[in-house]
Design a protein around this ligand. Structure first.
Ligand code: SF4
Length: 477
């Protein structure tokens, strides 16, 4: 485990108010989801919809080349343009080039994890182009120079007192702790930005191949304003966001809102295809869809783990995960946190970016149970653990651990030696007389053994082993 991962986990678990905030918020979202899709929810088609969604995603990902071409054809037919980008540099180059050509200075942006992934705002900021987040949570985080804590609720870790301080420090307003009034402060600032912006940037929840449209779901209306008020709209989306047909949305929209926030539908669902037509009042003059790879095609080539690309970013797996609920969003080493972060971070960034990440799971399977597209997250975690171990072996790391497991396997194959080893362990652990081992001889108190015993007691060996008891029972009386 890297020192940073370790440090952030310790900081989070020892911060009692933060622990309460994480537990309360995720608990609330879980309860809302349960009411929306549980047995008492009057939503009997839920499991069938999950099967359908999983099948549609599988089919799309396996035929992505076909659907990408179809999508591009249809975007062009509506007067828009598709731009393929390999990584964040190429996205920044495209946006900067367009901004220069159109003499644009200000961007308003709606919430998008894809843009977080490529540090969109920071990249453009370095070149003097201002990009302002317009989702309230994201706007607060931008002022605080923090990344999202949760896929759906980016600022869940901040209290209203934290927000009051952030607003006072950055906007020069008086300390305001009433949430509605804080929203009012942000609204005043952001309204001016919407009116002055030259470019609106959004992500996309879905890209529809047969109609060349992007679909955005949101609750605040800021995405709708960001994409319709400025004269240019750029949607930045991962290539995996494609679905084949508009009618498939009936399945996904029913699942997404319910799984994320327990809503049957989010407040706003926007279908955007091409720039404003001649007779339309609202909408941009130019419409671009940036399709981002950033490691996705590498993941696509991996048949065992490619279902990670089925994710619709609902956040349900974060809310139910006992590890996320303990260590929070900022302990994770990249923008994606929770179970979905634990499976896609190593695949995007490489298994050794944070080798401990796939192991930071109890493998309880709760994430797979709530996932609306049925991604088998525990299975992928196990495959990633194997990747880490293979990489370590290739790099000559973990020799001691491999040696220990080899020795253990050898002992397990030799029953007499196993029994003698058990007796030796019992005699070397005098503390175990009280039932638990709290100390071990100094030569053993190293590495993982020390880490384990510094936090927990180890149940000691039984006074009489199973074999001894079995032999005693089997003796003829
Ligand atoms: S992995 Fe599944 S549950 Fe987790 S965010 Fe993605 S779609 Fe939602």
């Amino acid at each position: 485990m890297s020192a940073t991962f370790d440090k952030k986990i310790h900081e989070t678990v020892s911060n009692a108010p933060l622990q309460t905030a994480i537990y309360t918020f995720t608990g609330r979202l879980m309860e809302k989801r349960r009411k929306a899709v549980g047995d008492d929810s009057h939503f009997p088609e839920y499991q069938d919809l999950r099967d359908q969604a999983s099948a549609v995603k599988k089919h799309t990902i396996e035929n992505l080349d076909h659907y990408l071409e179809e999508f591009e054809r249809n975007v062009n037919a509506h007067g828009g343009k598709v731009v393929y980008c390999k990584d964040g540099n190429e996205v920044a180059d495209f946006v900067l080039g367009l901004a220069k050509e159109k003499q644009a200075r200000l961007i308003v942006k709606s919430k998008s994890m894809t843009s977080e992934e490529i540090d969109f705002n920071e990249r453009l900021g370095h070149h003097g182009l201002e990009s302002v987040e317009t989702d309230l949570g994201e706007y607060i985080l931008q002022l605080a120079h923090e990344r999202p804590y949760h896929i759906v609720a980016p600022a869940l870790h901040l209290t209203r007192y934290d927000v009051a301080k952030i607003f006072t420090d950055n906007l020069g307003v008086e300390n305001e702790v009433v949430i509605e009034k804080q929203a009012g402060i942000a609204r005043v600032v952001l309204r001016e930005k919407f009116l002055a912006a030259d470019i609106g940037v959004s992500g996309a929840n879905f890209l529809i191949a047969d109609s060349g449209a992007i679909v955005l779901v949101e609750n605040e209306g800021n995405a709708r304003l960001s994409t319709s008020a400025p004269r240019i709209h750029i949607a930045v989306a991962g290539i995996e966001k494609l679905i084949p047909r508009a009618q498939d949305l009936a399945t996904f929209l029913k699942l997404l809102g319910r799984s994320a926030t327990g809503q049957p539908l989010t407040v706003y669902t926007s279908f955007l295809s091409g720039p404003r037509r001649g007779d339309e009042i609202d909408g941009p003059d130019e419409f671009y869809v940036v399709l981002l790879d950033n490691g996705r095609t590498k993941l696509l080539a991996d048949r065992e783990k490619r279902e990670s690309l089925h994710c619709i970013r609902c956040g349900a797996c974060l809310n139910i995960c006992p590890v996320y609920r303990k260590i929070g969003g900022h302990s994770f080493p990249w923008v994606y946190s929770g179970p979905i972060g634990a499976i896609i971070t190593p695949q995007f960034m490489g298994p050794m970016h944070e080798p401990a990440l796939p192991f930071a799971s109890s493998l309880c399977g709760a994430c797979a149970e709530v996932c609306p597209v049925k991604i088998d997250i525990p299975k992928i975690l196990l495959a990633l653990r194997a990747d880490v171990k293979k990489t370590e072996a290739r790099e000559g790391q973990g020799k001691l651990e491999r040696l220990a497991y080899r020795a253990w396997a050898w002992v397990m194959r030799h029953p007499k030696i196993y029994e003698m080893a058990g007796m030796a362990a019992a005699s070397m652990a005098p503390e175990a007389k009280n039932g638990y081992i709290r100390t071990v001889p100094p030569f053993m108190n190293i590495g993982p053994v020390h880490a384990w015993l510094s936090q927990r007691d180890l149940p000691g060996p039984a006074r009489r082993s199973f074999r001894q008891m079995w032999r005693a029972r089997s003796k003829p009386s």
